[in-house]
Design a protein around this ligand. Sequence first.
Ligand SMILES: Nc1ncnc2c1ncn2[C@@H]1O[C@H](COP(=O)(O)OP(=O)(O)OP(=O)(O)O)[C@@H](O)[C@H]1O
Ligand SMILES: [Mg+2]
Length: 445
Amino acid sequence: MIFPHDNQLAILVDDDQQLREAGAQSLGLAGIDVRAFPDAQGALRTINREFDGVVVTDLRMPKMDGLEFFDRIKEIDAGIPVIFITGHADVPIAVRALHDGAFDFQTKPFVAEELVAAIRNAQEKRRLVLDNRALRAAIGGGDSPLIGDSPRMVELRETIAQFARADIDVLVEGETGTGKELIAHMLHRQSRRRGRPFVAVNCAAILDHVAELELFGRAFGTLPNDRKEVIGRIEASSSGTLFLDEIDGSSPAVQASLLRVIEEREITRAGSSEPRAVDLRIIASSKRDLARLSEAGEFRKDLYYRLSMVRLRLPPLREHRADIPQLFSYFVETAKEKMGTEHYAMNDAVRRHLLNHSWPGNVRELRNFAFEAVLGISQAADADSGEAPRSLVKRMEQFERSILRDALRLTRGDIPRTMELLELPRKTLYDKLGRYQINPKYFRG
Ligand SMILES: Nc1ncnc2c1ncn2[C@@H]1O[C@H](COP(=O)(O)OP(=O)(O)OP(=O)(O)O)[C@@H](O)[C@H]1O
Ligand SMILES: [Mg+2]
């Protein structure tokens, strides 16, 4: 078995607090690791394609009911088993859900042993799905999406593998677009925590007045009219990885809250005085040099020390230019696959740009450039950019191409509206788009 966990994991969603607690208790007694949530929204935040457990949910719930929840789970990964708990009156609905791919259902009041048995079966099925996926990825040349064979990249891959296994907190530093988020995901996926939640918090975007609620949640019955508890982002990441993205942009208030979590590994929900332990690995990312920021008094020193025990510095692309061709062709292949384009031939302008540009936006900029080149919309992707075209035909073509693009931008890639706007029949429009390699899809958001 490729998968590292042998225990069972179930997410339990029920808006009825009593039922939820009783359910969690009986599953817990059977040795199942239970994450209980009062609503589907909270549970959804912790579910991703790598989730290696089973979802058990009530059917009737306010706001998002069980069926909608089921649809949302299927959007994330149709291979996640869902077991419904339902009252007798709703059995027909549950049966229909079975036809739609639900794993099983149990009627209320459910018999604990039966639910446990269903969870065990579902868990086995889930493991098979994940094992097969992992095998396929391994056959397909390993699952490392980090492209580049320059010494810097080779070393980086090795360091990531080491850090991942060590289960330590890591500070990832690098300019914009150097792959900080990608690397945070890799650290998670290669660690023993894979399959458990990976929760990313954009620390720069979080507003002070909602920070406590977002991060720590709220206890049951805190507000007079709100009878729901709220599970904060940090608690939702428990047993998994908490990614504190853009930590350098966090406000002093958020920094203070985070320091407590990092030091104590516990959180206290608003309205509660009972701290709860969280089992976390923290990965933080920073665009700027945190050492310097803390020296300058712009970032808490104590927080900086906590975060920076192990740091991973990502080089800007200009420091590993040798990887540009390989990265470019990788992104071109990705773009072709995404856009359903079969042919792409590099021209001189593109080649020149690859060689001469300084790539301040790093790998992300290169990726965008590759996509634009495949779609034929980049300035540099035009064969005749750089110097002004001399021949009349070339200049007419350039003009025509820019009119087509402007129209598509205006209509957001809507073909009928573009036909109307330019007073062109459909076939002519498509012929021209084909000739200039303009893909209307690109303009559709
Ligand atoms: N070495 C690499 N190989 C393949 N793809 C990469 C590599 N580095 C970055 N990318 C890709 O580049 C894009 C930008 O990376 P990412 O979002 O991780 O950057 P970032 O450092 O978090 O940037 P920002 O600071 O702006 O948030 C992503 O699509 C990512 O997959
Ligand atoms: Mg990022």
